[in-house]
Ligand binder design. Structure first.
Ligand code: PHB
Length: 400
C-alpha cells in the first residue's frame, strides 16, 4: 500500500507524503527538463506489522544523510515516494512495479524482509533500475541473483550468523538448538550458523522454525527446556525479537541455557526487552557504543533530528543516504547514465557509523562483525568476531 493519509501517525511516512505532495505539484510542469531536475527515490519498506519500526528507522536514516547534504543529490532536489511494503512478500512484485514503472523512480530502495526482496529483485532484473537494499539479508541478493544494478548497504544473514558459531564453541558450547521464523532470512541464518558450528566440531541438536510473523513460542520453549542444550542460537527481529526474549526469560531458560543470536535479536529492542535481555551475546555489523567520529556525529545528529536514539537499521539507512550522496555527486546528478552511476556506486567508500566500509565485487559491504553483550541495557562491544568479513557471495558471477 502506498503511504496514505491513514498512515499519517508514522512520522517518516508523513515526511514522504509532504515531500511527495510538493514534488507532485512540480511534476505537473509540462517540460521534460523540469522532471529531470529532480531525483526521485522510491522507498519500499514496512511501516506496519512486526517490522514497522525497522522501516521507520531506515527511512529516517536515509533522510538524515540527504538532509545533511542540503536535501540534494548531485546538486538536484530529491523527491521521496514512500510505499508501505507491509513485509508482505505476496505483494512485493506489484508494489515494486508501481514504484519503477508507475512512478518512474530513479532509484529503488528497500526492503527489510527477505521474502519481499525476492519480488523486488525480480523487478530489478527485469527493468535494470538502480536497486539498493538497506536491510534484507538473504544471500541470493548478492549471491546467485547479483547484478550490476543491485547493491546492498546492510549485511547478509551469513555475515551476522556464521561468526557466532566459533564464539559459541570457544565458550565451550558443543550442542546447540537453533530457532527462527521459517522464511529466507531465518533459513539463511540457521544454515550459516550450522556451517560455522559444524566446521569447528559442534552439533546442532535441533533446528526449530515457526511461521513468519508468528510470535507464539511456547511449544518450542518447552522443547528447549526438555532438550537442555548448551546454548540456543536464534534469528528474530523487531517486535518478534522483543517477544521471544521476554518469553525465553519467562520460561525460566535465561539463567540455564545461554541465548545467542544474530545481532537483530537485541537491536532497537532493548528498551522493550528490559532485564530479560541482559547477558545476551550477539554478532552484528554495528554496536551503538562504537567510539569513532562518524558514529559520534551520527548518534548526536539523529537524536537531535528525531528525538530518539538510532539503531542498526537507522545506520543502514544513513549509509544508504551517504552512498547516494557520494555517487550522485560523482556523476553530477545524472543518474540516467546508468553505467557511470553504477561505477560511482561500486567505488564508493562509506565513512559509516559502523566503521569505514566499501563494496565487494558482489556489491555488498566488506565489514567488521562485532561480538556484543547486553550490559545495562546496551549492546557493549566485547570483541571483533570477524574483521573485514566479506560474504562468500556464492553463485555470484561478478564475484568470480
Ligand atoms: C530479513 O528478512 O532479511 C531481515 C529482517 C529483519 C532483520 C534482519 C533481516 O532485522
Amino acid at each position: 500500500m502506498q503511504c496514505t493519509k491513514e498512515r499519517k501517525t508514522r512520522r517518516s511516512c508523513l515526511k514522504g507524503l509532504i515531500a511527495g505532495a510538493a514534488a507532485g505539484a512540480m511534476m505537473a510542469l509540462p517540460t521534460a527538463e523540469a522532471a529531470a531536475e529532480k531525483i526521485k527515490l522510491g522507498i519500499m519498506l514496512p511501516y506496519s506489522g512486526t517490522y514497522a519500526q525497522l522501516g521507520e528507522m531506515i527511512t529516517e536514516g536515509i533522510q538524515l544523510a540527504i538532509k545533511e547534504n542540503g536535501d540534494r543529490l548531485g546538486g538536484k532536489e530529491v523527491e521521496y515516494v514512500i510505499l508501505d511494503s507491509e513485509a508482505d512478500a505476496g505483494r512485493a512484485v506489484r508494489n515494486a512495479q508501481q514504484l519503477v514503472s508507475g512512478e518512474n523512480v530513479d532509484v529503488l530502495i528497500g526492503p527489510v524482509h527477505s521474502g519481499v526482496a525476492m519480488g523486488m529483485l525480480r523487478v530489478a532484473h527485469e527493468t535494470g533500475v538502480p536497486f539498493i537494499i538497506p536491510n534484507a539479508g538473504l544471500s541470493a541478493a548478492t549471491g546467485e541473483l547479483c547484478a550490476p544494478n543491485i547493491f546492498r548497504t546492510s549485511f547478509t544473514m551469513w555475515q551476522t550468523s556464521y561468526p557466532m558459531a566459533a564464539v559459541a564453541k570457544d565458550l565451550g558450547y558443543d550442542e546447540v538448538v537453533t530457532m527462527s521464523w521459517r522464511y529466507g532470512a531465518g533459513t539463511d541464518a540457521l544454515e550459516a550458523f550450522r556451517e560455522g558450528f559444524e566446521e569447528v566440531g559442534g552439533t546442532i541438536v535441533q533446528e526449530m522454525y515457526v511461521p513468519f510473523p508468528e510470535v507464539e513460542f511456547q511449544a518450542q520453549l518447552t522443547e528447549i527446556a526438555s532438550i537442555d542444550p548448551d546454548a540456543v542460537f536464534v534469528f528474530f527481529a523487531g517486535g518478534g525479537a522483543v517477544k521471544f526474549v521476554q518469553d525465553y526469560a519467562a520460561a525460566g531458560l535465561k539463567d540455564s541455557v545461554p541465548l545467542l543470536g544474530a545481532g537483530f535479536l537485541t537491536d532497537g529492542t532493548l528498551h522493550a526487552q528490559g532485564e530479560a535481555a541482559e547477558g545476551i551475546l550477539t554478532t552484528q555489523h554495528y554496536a551503538d557504543a562504537l567510539d569513532n567520529a562518524a558514529n559520534n556525529h551520527f548518534r548526536a545528529a539523529f537524536e537531535e533530528e528525531y528525538g530518539r536514539a538510532p539503531d542498526v537499521y537507522a545506520v543502514q539507512g544513513y549509509d544508504t543516504g551517504l552512498l547516494l550522496v557520494e555517487a550522485a555527486a560523482k556523476v553530477d546528478g545524472e543518474l540516467s547514465g546508468r553505467d557511470a552511476f553504477f561505477e560511482a556506486l561500486r567505488t564508493a567508500k562509506i565513512e559509516s557509523p559502523r566503521g569505514e566500509w566499501s563494496f565487494s565485487k558482489a556489491q555488498h559491504p566488506i565489514q567488521n562483525i562485532y561480538l556484543r553483550e547486553v550490559r545495562g541495557g546496551r549492546n557493549e562491544v566485547v570483541d571483533i568476531a570477524a574483521e573485514a568479513l566479506a560474504d562468500p557471495a556464492r553463485g555470484c558471477e561478478m564475484a568470480d
